[in-house]
Design a protein around this ligand. Structure first.
Ligand code: NAG
Ligand code: NAG
Ligand code: NAG
Ligand code: NAG
Ligand code: NAG
Ligand code: CA
Length: 564
């Protein structure tokens, strides 16, 4: 009897110790800030024209990713890849076709998994995923987008992502009583009704309004609702939370306050544009029919000749400045007395642009390529101070950056690693889900760590029919110093789509002294030993692909780790 009581006491003690240890590592809250179409035109990335003090300060609180690439440079596919931790080929979701849940009914997104496995409350405000990945019809900005399908209806729901989701379409609705803005807001001047921003419409692409009416701007509302949700979630310390706040500028058209535009009016053109350049390129991307003078992206949002190149860049910077102000407002609440120090200590902050945007380089304005300025994203990870305090080496790279090639699929495993959580089960198996990415936590303590040989991005050759079966897909392999581009046929209707290595064609090779420099010369035909060596190493990596997640690139250092 006495023995069994002792055993019980020891067991209870052991359970208590275990739960105390678990509590010290988890659960941490997550604040995820996303920005649409933002390439790193940020001061903290060395851009001397951009005024972005708030995003700069935020990224300096953690580790900044200099060389992180979106998996597919377009809203819907990039976001769905990030939030599933899988590449687009592996989840068969490449476009705006509403096929994500059709093809992956039982896949846990990472907020969905935190909700199910760890009892998180998950909230999305603004543009977090692109809702068009979830609807069966392609509808653009139609009213159906208001009712986001991946919402969790009840606590028993397993394969859903969000307890609450406030999409931009809801914020723009004049009729829905659950519109969380005090006023319905506009996305751009074309939105009804014809009540104005009291603004000077310069052109369709560039729209400047008075600061006094900024509460009519979609991103102002997104920030306002984001702040309300932050206060509400932080107030309930019994439930861990995931809050994502997704801003929509600097996506075209560029709608911002006069004061945002005024900053850049007098900046000389020469500081905004790359030298006129047509890359020495064999790629189709810069083909005349798709050049910026006839760019489908610009065409969609207005007359392509309505702004000159430099003013387009000014518009993009103005939209970015407006977002920087909103990020500042959000962070000032996070850092204020309204949020307890305990919550701040136990919250990680993630920052991410969904993909880049060409600002005249290669003669392009837009995304949808696999070049540097379309795939490279601004991103950073600010770990919970309480997690950093657990291991003194984790302080090493706070306020610093890494140039090793990273992918946005790395967010999922990194978050789980910090939380000490296990991966979800694989679909239809007792094994754990295999993700495309890998945890980046090692980067905090080890400056020389690098989790993969190359970062992978993809985009189909334009004109490809994404409802068909075979497509010519451009893949880019970004190492520390190089980007190798190659085209391969992909059978999208295969059970497990895999690029056909035997169809490799039209290679391009670019070398970067540092990430983000303009791509002038395609080095693919160069005969110097560095180019030949890079081409051969990168061809070998591309040829070794055996799964849609390119898992073989994980675990070896870039071959050019030490020199660029
Ligand atoms: C306002 O805009 C809507 C949608 O574009 C249009 O149908 C309506 O006629 C306009 N109303 C006025 C008063 O101009
Ligand atoms: C915080 O929680 C308290 C107690 O539950 C509640 O009275 C208050 O309204 C909450 N505040 C916010 C901002 O949610
Ligand atoms: C623009 O490109 C399309 C192909 O996407 C082509 O049909 C059209 O003729 C081009 N227009 C001009 C003005 O070059
Ligand atoms: C927050 O973290 C700091 C630094 O690690 C520590 O000094 C402080 O006591 C913590 N505050 C709370 C409320 O946990
Ligand atoms: C794209 O492919 C689908 C399925 O094969 C077909 O129904 C559709 O007509 C094609 N669209 C175009 C524009 O070729
Ligand atoms: Ca986007």
């Amino acid at each position: 009897m006495a023995t069994s009581i002792l055993v019980t006491v020891v067991m209870v003690f052991a359970i208590l110790v275990a739960s105390v240890q678990a509590d010290s590592e988890r659960p941490y809250n997550i604040l995820f800030v996303l920005v649409d179409d933002l390439q790193p035109v940020l001061g903290v990335y060395g851009n001397e024209v951009a005024q972005t003090p708030n995003i700069d300060a935020l990224l300096n609180r953690g580790i900044r990713f200099e060389n992180m690439n979106a998996q597919k440079s377009e809203c819907a596919p990039s976001r769905i890849s990030m939030i599933t931790g899988k590449r687009n080929d592996a989840i068969k979701s490449w476009a705006f076709l509403g096929d994500f849940r059709t093809n992956n009914p039982y896949l846990h997104t990472w907020p969905g998994w935190l909700r199910k496995d760890s009892g998180y409350k998950t909230v999305g405000v603004g543009k977090v995923v692109d809702t068009r990945s979830f609807f069966s019809e392609t509808g653009g900005e139609d009213s159906d987008e208001i009712n986001f399908p991946d919402l969790c209806e009840s606590s028993a729901d397993k394969f859903c992502s969000f307890d609450e989701y406030y999409p931009p379409a809801l914020m723009r609705s004049q009729t829905r009583s659950d519109n969380p803005c005090e006023k319905y807001v506009l996305r751009w001047p074309a939105d009804p009704p014809n009540e104005t921003y009291e603004a000077d419409k310069t052109t369709f692409l560039e729209y400047a309004f008075d600061t006094s009416v900024q509460d009519r701007h979609l991103d102002y509302c997104i920030r306002k609702v984001g702040v309300e949700k932050l206060k509400e979630l932080a107030n309930d310390t019994s439930t861990p939370w995931f809050l994502s706040v997704g801003f929509v500028q600097p996506h075209m058209p560029w709608v911002a306050r006069h004061e945002d535009f005024d900053i850049y009016r007098t900046v000389p053109d020469s500081l905004l544009n790359p030298d006129p350049l047509v890359a020495d390129s064999v790629g189709w991307w810069t083909d005349k029919t798709y050049s910026f003078r006839n760019n489908t992206e610009l065409e969609k949002y207005g007359n392509q000749d309505d702004l000159d190149d430099s003013d387009r860049v000014r518009g993009y910077y103005a939209g970015t400045h407006f977002i920087d102000t909103q990020v500042g407002e959000l962070m000032s609440v996070f850092d204020s007395d309204e949020i307890s120090e305990e919550v701040r200590n136990n919250t990680m902050i993630l920052f991410w642009g969904d993909h880049g945007f060409h600002l005249g380089d290669h003669g392009l304005f837009g995304k949808k390529t696999v070049y540097e300025h379309a795939t490279r994203v601004p991103a950073g990870f600010i770990p919970p101070p309480a997690w950093v305090a657990l291991d003194s080496s984790r302080q090493n790279n706070i306020g610093s950056y890494t140039s090793c090639p990273l992918d946005t699929v790395d967010f999922y495993p990194t978050v789980l690693d910090i939380l000490g959580s296990t991966l979800p089960p694989a679909v239809g198996s007792s094994a754990r889900l295999v993700l495309a990415g890998t945890s980046l936590t090692e980067l905090f303590s080890d400056r020389d760590a690098c989790p993969r040989s190359v970062s992978i991005s993809q985009y189909e050759k334009d004109g490809s029919n994404m409802s068909g079966s075979k497509v010519t897909m451009g893949y880019s392999l970004r190492s520390k110093c190089y980007r190798f581009i190659v085209y391969m046929t992909l059978n999208m209707k295969a059970d497990e789509p895999l690029p056909s290595v035997s169809t490799m064609s039209d290679e391009e090779l670019y070398r970067y002294a540092e990430p983000g420099v303009w791509e002038y010369d395609d080095d693919i035909d160069d005969t110097d030993s560095d180019s030949v060596n890079a081409e051969s190493k990168l061809t070998a990596i591309a040829s070794a692909v055996t799964d849609g997640d390119w898992t073989h690139v994980i675990g070896s250092l870039p071959f050019d780790m030490n020199e660029c």
